[in-house]
Ligand binder design. Structure first.
Ligand code: ZN
Length: 197
C-alpha cells in the first residue's frame, strides 16, 4: 500500500526500471519470475510457429510452481513488461536461496507429475484444466475468428478447442473423424452446427 502526498513532488530521476530491464533483455540470461497473484496466471508468447505457455500457480505455491525460469528475451515483450509493471509477475533474484529452493521444488513436482502422467491421464487433465493450449479458439466473433487461445484439452476428441470466454459454446460443435489416428485414437475436427449471433 502507498500513501499519496497532497502536493506530489517530481520523483528523483534514477535509472528507470524499464531501462534496466531492456538492458537485461539484451544480455540473454535466464531470469526467475514469480506470480504475485493469489490465482493462476497464464502467460503465452508465440515463438516461431510454436506457442509457449507459462502457467503460474498462485503465489507461494507449496510446490514452487509460482516461479518460472525464463529467457530474458521475455523482457522484450511489451505484454510481459506490462505484467511486471502491474505487479502481476515479479523478477525474483536467482541468488536468493528461497528462490533456488522454490525452483528445486518445482523441478521435483514436475518429475512427480511426469510419473503421475504415465499412471493417470485423468490426473493430469484435472491439473491442467485451466491452462491454455496452443490451439486457436474456434469461435467466430462477427466475421473474424476469435484470436484467443483455447483452454487446454489433452484429448481433442473430447472437447472442441475454445477459449475461456467461448467455452460455453461447446455444445454447438460436433466432432468429425478425419480418418487419421494419433496414438491409436482417431483424430477429429470440430464443426460448428449452430451459430448464435
Ligand atoms: Zn474465443
Amino acid at each position: 500500500m502507498t500513501t499519496k502526498e497532497q502536493a506530489p513532488k517530481p520523483a528523483p530521476r534514477r535509472p528507470t526500471v524499464e531501462r534496466s530491464l531492456s538492458s537485461l533483455a539484451r544480455e540473454d540470461v535466464d531470469i526467475q519470475v514469480q506470480n504475485q497473484l493469489n490465482s493462476i496466471t497464464v502467460f503465452t508468447r508465440k515463438n516461431g510457429g510454436d506457442v509457449e505457455v507459462l502457467e503460474f500457480q498462485p503465489k507461494d505455491d507449496p510446490n514452487g510452481e509460482d516461479i518460472y525460469q525464463v529467457s530474458s528475451e521475455y523482457l522484450r515483450l511489451p505484454r510481459f513488461l506490462d505484467a511486471l509493471k502491474k505487479g502481476i509477475l515479479k523478477i525474483v533474484d536467482a541468488d536468493d536461496p528461497a528462490v533456488v529452493e522454490a525452483a528445486d521444488k518445482q523441478r521435483a513436482a514436475w518429475d512427480a507429475q511426469q510419473t503421475a502422467k504415465n499412471e493417470s491421464d485423468q490426473f493430469i487433465d484435472s491439473q491442467q484444466v485451466k491452462a491454455f493450449s496452443g490451439k486457436q479458439c474456434l469461435a467466430q466473433e462477427g466475421r473474424l475468428r476469435c484470436s484467443e487461445f483455447a483452454l487446454f484439452a489433452s484429448n481433442n476428441s473430447e472437447r472442441p478447442p475454445l477459449c475461456q470466454k467461448h467455452a460455453y459454446l461447446a455444445g454447438q460443435f460436433v466432432p468429425e473423424e478425419t480418418g487419421k489416428f494419433t496414438n491409436g485414437k482417431p483424430e477429429v475436427e470440430w464443426r460448428q452446427v449452430g451459430i448464435v449471433q
